[in-house]
Design a protein around this ligand. Structure first.
Ligand code: ATP
Ligand code: MG
Length: 314
């Protein structure tokens, strides 16, 4: 349904998307996970026909985005990062406008249908400028779905809305994902875990890791502990920590150590017991959930040749 083939985009000399290739099937929610500036929006804008690729292409429902952009646009519903707002339009007028622009059959009845679906029908005559952020986001989703496209491209749909609305939007996306192909960007790890069938982690315009959230968790997420020890030489304490069963890696951090583990069980008790048995004291020990940054660092470190070409020139 979405097949991206070696897609790249330069802004001047800056390479924002670097030969990205991936596929997403019908009924699949594919997460594009990456920090600010990773190239998520640039990728989505190319797929939706708002930005021409510098090289490479993609197929949407077997239609080429470069050669056949009219056909591909009809097949995509796009929720951009910043929903373009026409403040003086009514809610209904806004959705109808997008429906007609895309040549949707029975535009009026489709408009009313999506307004009902997103609980906006009772506000159909409200001016867009009077909607709250959360409602604007729902309006953006209604607009994206009005022409009943098989593919949905949603650029950080939960950003800037309140927790209740976040839950609602996530539920809507999960439901839509049963029928549609969805490309969903976020920089929130837990969100990707909750919603996506598969995740691509991108950084500097490249895929640095991919898999189901469970696979990534197993392969990349390591549980980490920060441990500060009283007594003992650094090298000795480090060797001691390293010898604990389940410990994968020990590194110095601030006045203590960062202990990484791939084990599922909590190692805090084992760590403190070892330290105390060796005659040292535990000054501090706490578990740290891997942050997105840790995962990036692990993924980038593991990616072959990853250090080359961060700011590749043409
Ligand atoms: N029009 C532009 N001109 C020049 N550079 C740009 C332009 N748009 C984006 N960039 C740069 O390209 C890189 C990728 O940007 P992009 O917006 O695609 O990232 P993103 O992953 O969507 O980030 P965010 O999480 O902040 O939305 C960034 O370094 C950004 O500064
Ligand atoms: Mg973005």
């Amino acid at each position: 349904m979405i097949e991206v083939k070696s897609l790249s985009r330069h802004y001047g000399d800056f390479l924002a998307v670097d030969q990205l290739s991936f596929k997403a099937k019908q009924g699949e929610i594919l997460g594009l996970l990456g920090p600010n500036g990773a190239g998520k929006t640039t990728t989505m804008r190319m797929l939706t026909g708002y930005l021409p690729p510098s090289s490479g292409t993609a197929l949407i429902d077997h239609h080429d985005i470069v050669r056949d952009s009219v056909e591909t646009r009809k097949r995509i519903g796009y929720l951009p990062e910043r929903v373009p707002i026409y403040p003086d339009m009514t809610v209904r007028g806004y959705v109808l406008f997008w429906a007609q622009l895309r040549g949707t059959k029975e535009a009026k009845s489709r408009t009313d249908m999506v307004l009902k679906q997103f609980d906006l029908y009772t506000r159909k005559n409200t001016l867009v400028r009077h909607l709250s952020k959360g409602l604007k986001q729902r309006l953006g989703l209604a607009q994206a779905l009005v022409h009943d496209p098989p593919v949905l491209i949603l650029d950080e749909p939960t950003i800037g809305i309140d927790p209740q609305q976040v839950i609602e939007v996530r539920d809507v996306v999960k439901e839509l994902g049963k029928q549609h192909t969805i490309l969903f960007s976020t920089h929130i790890l837990t969100e990707a875990e909750e919603i996506c069938d598969r995740v691509l982690i991108i950084d500097h315009g490249r895929i640095v890791a991919q898999g189901t959230p469970q696979q990534l968790q197993k392969e990349i997420y390591s549980t980490q502990y920060y441990v500060q020890v009283g007594g003992g030489k650094t090298a000795d304490v480090r060797a001691l920590l390293q010898s604990i069963s389940g410990v994968a890696e020990v590194s110095a951090e601030k006045d203590g150590f960062l202990v990484k583990s791939t084990a599922n069980e909590d190692l805090r008790a084992a760590i403190s017991t070892s330290i105390v048995s060796a005659g040292y004291t535990v000054l501090e020990i706490h578990q740290r959930r891997s942050t997105l940054e840790d995962i990036f660092l692990a993924a980038i470190k593991a990616a072959p040749g990853a250090q080359a070409g961060k700011k590749a020139k043409r």
